[in-house]
Design a protein around this ligand. Structure first.
Ligand SMILES: Cc1ncc(COP(=O)(O)O)c(C=O)c1O
Length: 308
């Protein structure tokens, strides 16, 4: 145990953690195994995994059928590209399955390796969508103050918690943050959103992104009319709505996706975590049929030829 703590200090940089604190306190919990909702640490203490680890182990720990399915696949084929016209059956079947679970009209999936990459991808996709339509100025993305969207470049910038980005300076330009509905209600939050759209110019806004239930910002459930009003404002200004369902997707709120609690259909859904219950890293973005149709109009990407 002592040796593990020393090695942890020496070699392992913990994410979003003060290294000074890590050095001072050492690893307090070295988790060794999980079974259902229980976790056992190196010293044998048993805990209830009340947060499902990082809100991701939706079906609990120790599911043998998942380990067996992964082992079967790994034995058969380690990896296969999906660039260009390459494809493989697991990705085809999973995209069909996810389309069948997603809200109506969202039927095409772009896979990633996790939630941060899903949000970066969603942001690239919305900018791409506008460029295809001759509107390259629709570049800006509005998030919510205290919203959390991950650790990659665009997802950090969309995050509305300054502690996550001020240690590295501005990650990307063209991100704005509206007031949340959690302190002052829907009307003030919507007024703040409108104010940003008007001040920046609606023709410069690509998308609005929000978590159906704010997670890292405080596990906050919005007023029941908030997302419908957001949807209406987005429709009014022609702005795409990205639901960051990285935590709330795949049944966490009792519905398959969090936005379904209010009957709202976003244009894009970013997901990760619950899709594999943390057994392997996977994420993705589900896009609406309309976005899919627009993306189909691009005939050729400027991808350099591979000289092998
Ligand atoms: C709402 C939300 N979006 C995105 C992310 C980033 O996901 P990942 O840690 O898989 O990169 C998280 C992580 O907790 C999250 O809570």
């Amino acid at each position: 145990m002592e040796r593990l703590i020393e090695l942890d200090k020496k070699h392992f940089i913990h994410p979003t953690t003060s290294i000074q604190q890590q050095q001072e306190h050492g690893a307090k919990l070295i988790i060794e195994k999980g079974d259902g909702i229980y976790l056992t640490d190196k010293s044998g203490s048993v805990f209830i995994d009340a947060m499902s680890s990082l809100w991701n182990v939706n079906v609990g720990h120790g599911r043998e059928e998942l380990a067996e399915a992964a082992a079967e696949q790994m034995k058969q084929l380690a990896f296969s590209s999906a660039f260009s016209t390459f494809s493989h059956e697991p990705a085809i079947k999973l995209s069909e399955k996810i389309a069948s679970l997603a809200p109506e009209g969202l039927n095409a999936v772009f896979f990633t390796s996790g939630g941060s990459e899903s949000n970066d991808t969603a942001i690239k996709l919305v900018r791409h969508y506008w460029r295809i339509q001759g509107k390259p100025d629709r570049n800006k993305v509005i998030g919510l103050k205290r919203g959390y969207h991950g650790v990659a470049a665009a997802s950090t910038s969309a995050t509305g918690i300054p502690e996550f980005w001020n240690m590295a300076g501005n990650m990307m330009t063209d991100f704005r943050h509206a007031d949340t509905p959690y302190e002052n209600g829907t009307d003030k939050a919507i007024a703040s959103l409108r104010q940003i759209i008007e001040a920046e110019g609606p023709e410069t806004i690509a998308a609005f992104i929000a978590e159906p239930i704010q997670g890292a910002g405080g596990v906050l459930i919005p007023p029941s009319n908030f997302f419908q009003e957001v949807r209406d404002v987005c429709n009014e200004y022609g702005i795409l709505l990205i639901a960051d369902e990285v935590i709330t997707g795949f049944g966490r709120t009792g519905k398959m996706f969090g936005v379904e609690n209010w009957g709202v259909i976003p244009d894009l859904i970013s997901f990760a975590k619950g899709v594999t219950s943390g057994y392997i890293p996977l994420g993705g973005v589900i896009v609406s049929d309309h976005i899919h149709e627009v993306l189909k109009k691009v005939n050729r990407y400027p991808i350099p030829r591979l000289h092998i």
